[in-house]
Ligand binder design. Structure first.
Ligand SMILES: Nc1ncnc2c1ncn2[C@@H]1O[C@H](COP(=O)(O)OP(=O)(O)OP(=O)(O)O)[C@@H](O)[C@H]1O
Ligand SMILES: [Mg+2]
Length: 416
């Protein structure tokens, strides 16, 4: 029996899988569901830490406390050594992250009915863009945390390579495949030769033609959509009485999942009080003040995210912003979202083009483009990536399970 598991610690969702005779099996982590949203809520009323959907539910029910989502985005940054505070208690981010990774392990072991001592953790091709030192720091921090919660052997695998292993287990002949894993925090790509025969080899270096990635994912689409649609309601882009623009840093923090809590610090409150006094459009800044007092930053980001997801199927959506004072029903459209995300989409496009160039592969030599990750649902992005390999067959994997399944296969191969 395997004692190794594959851990996909995602920006938005996490999974743990293992191989049970020959097949990857994903473990139930929350009420039988195989994903645990990467969310921690420190409930200050009850002095307990909650995880996943339960964490979001406690926060939305209005318990006093602190919510953390997108913790993976802290890895490799100076914010990692910081903390947030609630009810006089300091909550270091490193501790919150270790609690989450430990909880993932514990729940996986409960579901499997045995302990896991070895793990292959997925990692993006770049945790941090264009900075190998910080990128290595991110992996080292994750490894330290994994060891601190009880994993004795820890290995890493690029997330898109893991997705490739999952796809490879479903094919019957050789293909040249572009894997596109568009997650919550990063967009990751690998170009590989896959086949059932090659799958049996231990050393796959020759089969991997190129890897590439960029720190752009669903949380960035949320941010850009928020800045284009919702933040102006709270005063973003408005003026002070001296005609200068209201500083934007406040809105950037509030629109970025992993920095929302910074809007609640004492320093930020004092700044906001000044702004409110000097604002030309007081009603907007007052709305912002109410939102902050209500600790509703994550609630607002969730509404924007939900709207974004709706726009994957519909041409327009309505955000019911009923916690704003006064409540607002805000219509957003696909066209508005596309315009807001153009810059993100073109950066991802550049990443794929560079990868094809690095590999020395002509676009029409690619047989298949395999999409996984929740943000591969973003229409514009998916179309633009697919257009770079116009003759490739498009295959959609399990958007939330392919990486985990591939990591489980890799763990079985690496640790037996
Ligand atoms: N139908 C959809 N259309 C667009 N985006 C979606 C859809 N469903 C989910 N998402 C987005 O997908 C993201 C989560 O995807 P996923 O679970 O693959 O990320 P992750 O693995 O946690 O992140 P990463 O791999 O970058 O660390 C979120 O930003 C979510 O808003
Ligand atoms: Mg992922």
């Amino acid at each position: 029996m395997a004692i190794a598991c594959g851990v996909d610690f995602g920006t938005s969702n996490s999974t743990v899988g293992w191989v049970q005779p020959g097949q990857p099996v994903m473990l139930g982590l929350e009420d039988g569901k195989v994903t645990l949203p990467s969310v921690v809520f420190f409930n200050a009323d009850d002095e307990v830490v909650r995880y996943g959907r339960a964490a979001l539910a406690d926060y939305l029910a209005g318990y006093e406390g602190r919510l953390m989502r997108s913790m993976k985005s802290l890895l490799g940054t100076s914010l990692m050594e910081g903390q947030t505070e609630v009810a006089g208690r300091a909550l270091p981010f490193r501790t919150l992250l270790a609690q989450f990774i430990g909880e993932l392990k514990h729940r996986a072991e409960q579901a499997a009915g045995r302990e896991f001592s070895s793990a292959v953790f997925g990692r993006p091709v770049h945790f941090i863009d264009d900075n190998p030192v910080h990128d290595q720091l991110a992996q080292d921090t994750l490894e330290q945390i994994a060891r601190s919660v009880g994993y004795k052997d820890v290995a890493f695998q690029f997330e898109p390579i893991a997705a490739a292993f999952d796809y490879e287990s479903q094919i019957s002949r050789e293909e040249l495949v572009l894997i596109a894993d568009i997650g919550g925090g990063t967009s990751d790509f690998s170009l590989l030769r896959l086949s059932p025969q090659r799958a049996a080899k231990v050393e796959r270096r020759d089969d991997i033609l190129a890897n590439g990635g960029v720190h752009i994912g669903g949380t960035d689409f949320d941010k850009y959509l928020s800045l284009a649609s919702v933040m102006p309601l709270l005063g973003y882009g408005s003026r002070l009485r001296n005609n200068s623009e209201v500083p934007s840093s406040y809105y950037f923090n509030l629109a970025t999942w992993h920095t929302i809590n910074q809007a609640y610090t004492k320093k930020a409150s004092l700044q906001l009080a000044d702004l409110l006094r000097d604002a030309a459009e007081q009603d907007k800044l007052q709305r912002l003040q109410n939102l902050i007092d209500d600790r509703a930053g994550h609630w607002l980001a969730l509404q924007v995210e939900q709207g974004k997801i709706s726009l994957s199927d519909a041409e327009q959506a309505v955000l019911e912003l009923d916690r704003l004072a006064p409540p607002v029903a805000l219509e957003i459209t696909r066209a508005q979202f596309d315009a807001a995300s153009e810059q993100l989409v073109s950066s991802v496009e550049n990443t794929v083009q560079a990868l094809l160039r690095d590999a020395g592969v002509a676009p029409d030599a690619v047989d298949t483009v395999f999409f996984t990750g929740g943000s591969s649902g973003v229409r514009l992005l998916r179309e633009r990536i697919a257009a770079l390999v116009p003759t490739a067959r498009r295959v959609e994997g399990d958007l939330f399970g392919s990486i985990g399944a591939g990591l489980a296969l890799d763990a079985a191969r690496k640790f037996g």
